[in-house]
Structure formats: structure tokens, C-alpha cells
Ligand binder design. Structure first.
Ligand SMILES: C[S@@+](CC[C@H](N)C(=O)[O-])C[C@H]1O[C@@H](n2cnc3c(N)ncnc32)[C@H](O)[C@@H]1O
Length: 293
């Protein structure tokens, strides 16, 4: 069941060949920049969590597999990590390329690689512009992985993509991957407007629709409405719809373990904290360490 069969996207994204790019018409890409706010203003919890773990494990090279407009990558480049940033959406990459150009006088940005790639063909795509490259860490954050829907109703493409992330890692490398707390969203029918990742200065309202097929939640559509009115100006709203696969924690955990051949070390965090500290988190963040041999 694909999103197009059920929901008409408010933002009429036109997929480029073979790629279901929900950002293809550029509307969501522009609005996304407003949602994530100033790229220098990441939430401190997120920064401390990601950078802390990368440093603790001695990671230097990072593949940002869902770089979008480049916000996570820039945070890591600023901290001295070597970044290769990829995304399937050229409309999103356009913003990352522009950001790199604007930072061209900062020598840290000289080696920032930005390329188009799809999770479905990730090792091959990366190999085409960086033959033989393997990374200390792969990140796929900001609820990105849930963009991949389940057309065959057996999650086979999602499983293949998780394996592709594992293939891009060096032995002992780390995968950071997250999803919203879809268990709670399905129960409550609501999505928290505040993001644990971004400091958005505008009020955000997110309307949640759950599509249930044969008794199982198959897709969640989130209608983002951001009030971007500036003081003293006429009211202005940015609206876009994104559709997600509602990953349940237990199933996603099992899929990820399988992708690492049940040999990875798997830690799950709730809003960047140990799970027992947060009763109903907005996000789960999985950190998977690839086996060394
Ligand atoms: C929600 S955005 C998040 C971007 C960024 N990590 C952030 O936090 O702002 C999700 C990104 O995943 C990308 N994406 C979705 N499906 C993809 C795929 N199959 N391969 C590569 N990128 C994909 C989208 O194009 C989009 O830029």
C-alpha cells in the first residue's frame, strides 16, 4: 500500500525516476528549513548525545545517510568530523550544497562531501564516488527512515536498507537510527509539535492521521502547519504533509538486530536518555555497534 494510493499529498511531490521523493516539488524542502530553524541552534541534549558517543567510540568518518538540508552534517563538520552526506532528494541536497558554498571560507568545510544516494543502493552509490569507503559511523536521524513505506507489506525493502547501512560501516562502527514513538502515536492519535532535535522559533501544529489496513496501522500522515508570521507582518503559514511508516519499537528492534546478523551491540535510548528515565518518549534512538570480526 503506497501513500499515493490513499492520501493525496498536500505538497504535490513529483518523484524523480524510481525514487519516491516526498520533497520533490521543493515545498516541503523549503518549509523543512523553517521547521528545523537555525542550524547552529541544535538542542543541547541531541548534540551532547551524538557527539559524546561518536567521540567515546573514536569515530572520525561519518556517513550522514539522510542529510536533507545538511543540518546534522554541519553540526558534525563544525566539531571536526569528516562528513560524507547523502540524500535521495535533490531538492533537499540543493539546500545542503548552498550551505556548503556559504561556508566555503571555513577550512573545515573543504572536505565535506555531498552526493545523491538512495538507501536501497547505498553501498553501490557510495562506492561510485568514493571507491572502497567504509565509515566509523552512519547516521540516519530526524525520523528519516520512516519515510520508507512498505509497498510489499513484508518490510523487505526496509530490511534491505538496514543491511545496506551495516555494509557501509567498518567493523566496530556505529549506526545511529531513530523513529518517532509510533506505539504512543497510534494509541493517542497525536504527535508532539515540539521536536527533540530542532529549536524551531515558530509555533508548530502537527495533525496526525493513521491509516489502518486489515487491522494493522500501515501509514501515518503528518500535516505540519508552521505559523511563520514575523512580528508586525501579515500572517503567513507554511503547510506540508509527510507520510511515514509507523515503526513499532519491538519490531524495529528485531529488524535491526537481524540486519547486523544478531551480532551487533544494540542500545536503545528514549529522547537521548536511558529508556527507564522517560515514560513516554517522543523518539527512540537506536545505536548499533557492528561486530568486529
Ligand atoms: C525528515 S528529513 C531529515 C533530514 C535531516 N536528517 C534532518 O534532521 O533535518 C528525511 C530525509 O530522508 C531522505 N530520504 C527519504 N528516503 C530516502 C531514501 N530512500 N534514500 C535516501 N534518502 C532518503 C529525504 O529525502 C529527506 O531529506
Amino acid at each position: 500500500m503506497s501513500a499515493d494510493q490513499v492520501f493525496h499529498s498536500r505538497s504535490e511531490g513529483i518523484p524523480s525516476e524510481g525514487v519516491k521523493d516526498q520533497y520533490a516539488d521543493g515545498k516541503a524542502a523549503r518549509a523543512w528549513n523553517k521547521f528545523i530553524g537555525d542550524s547552529n541552534q541544535r538542542t543541547q541534549n541531541y548534540k551532547d548525545f551524538l557527539i559524546g558517543l561518536l567521540r567515546k567510540h573514536g569515530c572520525e568518518s561519518v556517513l550522514d545517510a539522510a542529510c536533507g538540508t545538511g543540518i546534522d552534517s554541519m553540526m558534525l563538520v563544525d566539531e571536526g568530523f569528516k562528513l560524507v552526506s547523502v540524500d535521495a532528494s535533490d531538492k533537499m541536497l540543493k539546500h545542503a550544497l548552498k550551505a556548503r558554498w556559504e561556508k566555503r571560507k571555513n577550512p573545515k568545510y573543504d572536505e565535506w562531501v555531498i552526493e545523491e544516494a538512495n538507501w536501497e543502493t547505498l553501498p553501490r552509490d557510495v562506492n561510485s564516488f568514493m571507491p572502497g569507503a567504509l565509515f566509523d559511523a552512519v547516521i540516519c536521524l530526524g525520523n528519516s527512515f520512516a519515510h520508507l513505506l512498505d509497498e510489499h507489506e513484508d518490510q523487505r525493502v526496509q530490511k534491505m536498507c538496514l543491511k545496506n547501512f551495516a555494509k557501509c560501516l567498518k567493523p566496530g562502527g556505529l549506526l545511529f537510527i531513530d523513529h518517532r514513538n509510533y506505539d504512543a502515536m497510534i494509541d493517542s492519535g497525536a504527535t508532539p509539535g515540539h521536536s527533540i532535535y530542532y529549536n524551531c522559533k515558530y509555533p508548530v501544529d502537527i495533525k496526525t492521521s493513521v491509516l489502518v489496513v486489515r487491522g494493522k496501522p500501515k501509514l501515518i500522515a503528518l500535516d505540519y502547519c508552521i505559523d511563520v508570521t514575523e512580528e508586525g507582518e501579515a500572517s503567513e503559514r507554511s503547510e506540508f504533509r509527510l507520510c511515514y511508516y509507523p515503526h513499532k519499537l519491538a519490531k524495529f528492534t528485531a529488524m535491526l538486530d537481524e540486519a547486523f546478523d544478531h551480532r551487533g551491540k544494540h542500545h536503545i535510548y528514549a529522547d537521548f536518555k536511558p529508556q527507564e528515565e522517560v515514560s513516554v518518549p517522543a523518539f527512540y534512538i537506536h545505536v548499533m555497534e557492528k561486530a568486529r570480526d
